[in-house]
Design a protein around this ligand. Sequence first.
Ligand SMILES: Nc1ncnc2c1ncn2[C@@H]1O[C@H](COP(=O)(O)OP(=O)(O)OP(=O)(O)O)[C@@H](O)[C@H]1O
Ligand SMILES: [Mg+2]
Length: 361
Amino acid sequence: MANTIISFKNVIKKYDDEAVLKNVSFDIEEGRFYTLLGPSGCGKTTILRIIAGFTEATEGDIDLEGQRVNDVPANKRQVNTVFQDYALFPHMNVFDNVAFGLKIKKLSKEDIRKKVKEALRMVQLPGYEDREINEMSGGQRQRVAIARAIVNEPKILLLDEPLSALDLKLRTDMQYELRELQKRLGITFIFVTHDQEEALAMSDEIFVMNKGKIVQSGTPVDIYDEPINHFVADFVGESNIVSGEMIEDNLVKFVGKEFECVDSGMRPNEPVEIVLRPEDLTMTKPENGKLVVTVNTQLFRGVHYEIMGVDEDGNEWMVHSTRKAKEGSKIGLYFEPEDIHVMRFNETEEEFDARLESYDD
Ligand SMILES: Nc1ncnc2c1ncn2[C@@H]1O[C@H](COP(=O)(O)OP(=O)(O)OP(=O)(O)O)[C@@H](O)[C@H]1O
Ligand SMILES: [Mg+2]
């Protein structure tokens, strides 16, 4: 079993009287890649700042490697941060930026030179030592910022939206590079993003945040396949979400029809919300469909067509298909019972996990 390297216990952070972190608890295991995912202002940077020691929690405990560190200053923690704006020293060249932390630690000139060289090699900037920061592209600066952090061989690396300034192609390349780097170094990474695709692609574990709380944590597949509520279903991936009611175990009603499903453990006739992912809907003839929609619009997305249709109750449905549909035509939508994901209102993560586990028995 891996070691817990960071632990938050009922952490509250208030600015003035407003709580921006509301009772946040989690454990982070050594050597894994974690992502904090959530909309702007939900508290992601605040969590990183508390881990790094730049901000104090108002209430609660923070442990690093089993020791309470609430009162331990930032420079005594084995944590390095790549900030949202990189925060490089613009008047220094690449070497001096990367070497900064090592000089403070008073390593020998020879050791510093070797370590900087190695760090630049890892971020694929070999030989860039003498380059000035203002002579580098955004993507290169970002990699210098990462080199400056990993050169200190921290146990924990915090990365605050490090890829947000990059174009799509470089961003995807850097996602691979970072993931490789993390595996190679075995450092615990905590990566912040509000980009759900990035979170799904990179992480061992995702914490989905909203309004100062972690609303769901799990592997990318868990979060995508079994979102706990409307917010997560909507924020992570494309979703069709409609309201309905749970008639009984394994039978749910929406859009005026009853459908077999695999969910259970709700009250009879409990109001629920239903998620169907666009890629789980198959286009078929109207008479073979479980639902019938009229096609409104379709967009070509490269890999698939994104087709928008509307059912007889006026609900919109998004379908991903490699086949085209005809605007204005009626199409059937087919799906299997396991494609239906039923969500309860106000279910806690503990209740949700317990209910999901009972399906496996
Ligand atoms: N020093 C501060 N004083 C007052 N309020 C602050 C301070 N720092 C952050 N906040 C507030 O705390 C909340 C959380 O901020 P935080 O920077 O953690 O969000 P975030 O999830 O990182 O957002 P973004 O994706 O925009 O970077 C926000 O409402 C923000 O306005
Ligand atoms: Mg932030």
